[in-house]
Design a protein around this ligand. Sequence first.
Ligand SMILES: [Zn+2]
Length: 146
Amino acid sequence: MKPWITISVTGLFWLLTAGCQQPFGEEYVVEQELQPYVESFHQEASARGRIILEENLIMIIKDDLGYRGLSLWRSGQRLIYIDREYYNYHKQEHDVIEFVVFHEMGHAFLGREHTDNYNSIMNIKRVDYSLSTRKELLDELFNPLH
Ligand SMILES: [Zn+2]
């Protein structure tokens, strides 16, 4: 199993991209295969009273990411990468991909960090995301108790 990682510190991202200085606008570009998951995220948020605008996100499936998902922030632009190998392996398993996309969007749109709470999508050790646990986990994602 690949480890999860999230880097939300701008400085670290600058370190990774030093020498790459092209301007970066606040674009909204979601890879077609991932659009249903993103739309579902917005619908589930809305159903829980959280209005999240469909703006400022680049989400792509990336080769050799090294992690299942990665959420980055640079100069005001949200970037989410989903690993292509992981995606291709699990793309028939809707809940597996949804879990990764929602986890990364939890970082990027909700400001959520990792938690030890087992009943949370933001717990990186969480494995039983399924139809039977989905509602409770989404309630926690959008409206954490703490
Ligand atoms: Zn994470």
